[in-house]
Structures are given as C-alpha cells and as structure tokens.
Design a protein around this ligand. Structure first.
Ligand SMILES: Cc1cc2nc3c(=O)[nH]c(=O)nc-3n(C[C@H](O)[C@H](O)[C@H](O)COP(=O)(O)OP(=O)(O)OC[C@H]3O[C@@H](n4cnc5c(N)ncnc54)[C@H](O)[C@@H]3O)c2cc1C
Length: 302
C-alpha cells in the first residue's frame, strides 16, 4: 500500500515536471480558438507541441481528476461559460508531419483538412476533393465524422491511431462504429490516421477540388460561423425547415440566421454566446411548433 502510494507520487512528480514545460496561456479569449468567434474567457489553454506532450496532458488531467477538452480548429463547437474553468488543450501548435507510402498517407490529428488535401494533390493522390472548404483539423473531422457531397472523412480511412485507457493503439476502420456526424471517439484522443487514396493525374484532382469549392462558395455564406448548426435527417434538411418557418435573416443580438443558407448562424456583430444559444432555441421551438420535428444540433455546445 505504502509502496503503491509512493510510486503514484513519484509518477505524479515526473508528470508535474513535463507538465510545467508545456506551453500554457491563462485568460484566453475563446474567439481565438473558434470560428464562430464568440467570447468567453478561458482560464487555462495548453498548446502541446508533439504527441508526447498531448498524451501527457491527457494523462495528467485524467489522473488528477481535472476537467479538460481538446480543441482542433474550433469550427464545430460553441464554447460557453462552462468551458471557462475547463482545461482546454489546443492542437494548434502540434507538429504536422505527414508520411506517404505508395498510395497511402499517414497524417496527424492537428493537420488542417485544406493542408492535407494540398499535400495529397501534390503527390497525385485523390480522395479528399469533396471535403474542400471544410475548415477543420483531421482530429476534429474524425471526431465529427465530417463529410460533404455524399463523401465522408472515413471513406478512404484504413485505421486510426488513438490513445485510450492508457494505451496508444492503431484501430482498423472495420472495428470503429461511425454514424452520420458521429464517431466512437468519446474519452479518446485521436492521434493520427492512415488513408488509402487513389493515384490520379494531379490536374484532375485539382479540377474536382475547385468544382466542389465553387459549389460551396456559391451556397454557403461568408462570415464567422460553425457551418451547419443542425443535423439533417433522412426525411428532411434542417435548413429547408428553418427557411420554411420564415426565419432567414432573423437575429438575436449580434447573431443571425444567414439569408443565404438557413442552417448557418452568423456572428455578424460581436454576438455573445447567449445570442447564439437564444437563436438556436428559437429555431428549435419554431421548427417543432410547425413541423413537430425536434432538430438536433450538429455543433457541439460545450
Ligand atoms: C464554414 C464552415 C463550413 C463547414 N462545412 C462542413 C461540412 O461541409 N461538413 C461537415 O461535416 N462539417 C462542416 N463544418 C464543421 C466543421 O468544420 C467540421 O466538423 C470539422 O471537421 C471540425 O474540425 P475541428 O478541428 O474544427 O474540430 P473542433 O470544432 O475543434 O472539435 C470538434 C470535436 O472534435 C473533438 N476533437 C478535436 N480534435 C480531437 C482529437 N485530436 N482527439 C479527440 N477529439 C478531438 C473536440 O473535442 C470536439 O468535440 C463546417 C464549419 C464551418 C465553419
């Protein structure tokens, strides 16, 4: 008993040393970390620079029973008051090395999808074109099972490297239960992933990418947002229901429903978190009153 306590303390001391060397900032405005750019003050934000530091943080907070949340590019999350006292781990400064082997690529969780696409295009590897313009990191995309135009981030996925229950392991896609905008990665750190892509002419890849990017730019609004606010379902498009309720352009404080795409909430004038939450509630209520449909948020409210 005594020995185990001593050993635990010893481990904690080592961890404390590593922990103290990880880049850390206090009182960070959440608008720096999310694409909706609403503002709450985050007490502690940590910026691990490599996988080892990321795992240390995960263990440190877990062992010490401290609440934490990992953030990629913050493009699918609304940070609320609750987030202020939670330790935030940002993957922004994490190293981004990629490795190509024949037609496969291994990429880290911190890589932005746009950079992943560009790297693959240069190597003549196709597979990410339809995801053009999704402003997330690979970790966030796998967590959300991001997708567009009938293609998901998992389409060419072969395996994912994760950290869970004290172990780093590679898990094959077949063992992972993905659903529409849902992954099995709760309480799991996504470290990197391997994809098997198609070797195609580089110009053809670029043409496809441009095609989907243009469609996106024509149909989606500019401005600060988190993309689609609500999930679609088999029998409806959330944006269509919101539009039919006459809500396009409706606003709460500095947040409004886009005139271009009703499923987008835009922070057009220093919107507060409450403005956005109020708008989400109004949309849900109106759609329910009219269509008896309970909209489910795609964006994570944390
Ligand atoms: C303009 C715009 C357009 C968009 N279009 C689309 C679209 O077409 N299709 C679509 O699916 N989405 C879209 N999105 C939403 C969003 O970009 C994606 O869901 C994206 O993949 C989220 O990645 P992120 O790095 O920003 O994740 P974040 O928002 O930072 O995090 C999302 C979730 O992932 C978790 N997470 C992040 N990294 C890790 C990690 N390494 N390990 C474990 N958990 C992790 C976070 O804890 C959080 O729960 C859009 C967003 C915007 C702003």
């Amino acid at each position: 008993m005594l020995f185990s306590q001593f050993f635990l303390q010893f481990i904690k001391n080592i961890m404390q040393d590593v922990f103290n060397n990880i880049k850390h900032r206090e009182n960070v405005d959440s608008s720096e970390l999310t694409t909706i750019k609403t503002s709450v003050t985050l007490k502690n934000v940590f910026y691990p620079k490599n996988e080892k530091e990321l795992i240390y943080l995960f263990d440190y907070f877990s062992i010490n029973n401290l609440p934490f949340k990992i953030i990629g590019n913050g493009s699918n999350i609304l940070l609320t008051e609750r987030a202020c006292n939670v330790n935030i781990i940002s993957t922004k400064l994490l190293e981004c090395k990629m490795r190509v082997q024949d037609s496969s690529i291994i990429a880290p969780c911190s890589i932005k999808l746009s950079r992943l696409y560009r790297y693959c295009q240069e190597k003549g590897l196709a597979g990410f074109e339809k995801l053009a313009g999704i402003p997330g990191t690979l970790g966030g995309a796998l967590f959300m099972n991001a997708g567009a135009f009938g293609c998901n981030i998992t389409d060419h996925l072969t395996k994912v490297k994760i950290y869970s229950k004290g172990k780093v392991k590679w898990v094959k896609k077949e063992k992972l239960d993905f659903h529409y905008r849902e992954s099995p990665f709760k309480d799991t750190l996504i470290l990197s992933a391997k994809f098997n892509l198609c070797e195609i002419d580089r110009c053809e890849i670029e043409r496809e990418y441009r095609k989907y990017l243009t469609i996106r730019l024509n149909h989606q609004p500019k401005g600060y947002s988190f993309g689609s606010t609500f999930k679609n379902a088999e029998n409806y498009y959330a944006g269509e229901l919101i539009d039919k309720c006459g809500l396009k352009g409706f606003s709460c404080g500095g947040a409004k429903i886009s005139e271009k795409h009703a499923n987008f909430i835009i922070n057009y004038n220093k919107a507060s978190v409450n403005d956005v939450l109020q708008l989400i509630k109004i949309i849900k209520d109106k759609v329910f009153q009219r269509y008896k449909v309970q909209l489910e948020t795609e964006v994570e409210i944390f």
